[in-house]
Design a protein around this ligand. Structure first.
Ligand SMILES: [Zn+2]
Length: 82
């Protein structure tokens, strides 16, 4: 049995643009999540570091970064495409 395959992904710059208008927001806190993905004949995990930001525009109060093709949980109101 092959060992688990873990890929680390970091999407948490100090500032990130609002997904609606692009205005930069400041990082509020770092978040981590481990997501199971598919790999050839082994268990693969994606360890994602992302962040929550305080928006400085009128679109929303907060937003979070989240890497593209991993589906975020439904409690997010926005995802930033990097
Ligand atoms: Zn905005």
């Amino acid at each position: 049995m092959l060992p688990d395959w873990i890929t680390r992904l970091r999407r948490a710059p100090r500032r990130a643009p609002c997904p609606t208008c692009g205005r930069l927001g400041r990082r509020k806190r770092l978040l981590h999540r481990r997501v199971r993905t598919l790999a050839y004949r082994r268990v693969a995990w994606l360890e994602v570091t992302y962040a929550e930001y305080r928006a400085r525009c009128g679109c929303r109060k907060y937003f979070r970064t989240w890497p593209w093709d991993v589906p975020p949980k439904a409690d997010y109101d926005a995802a930033v495409l990097v």
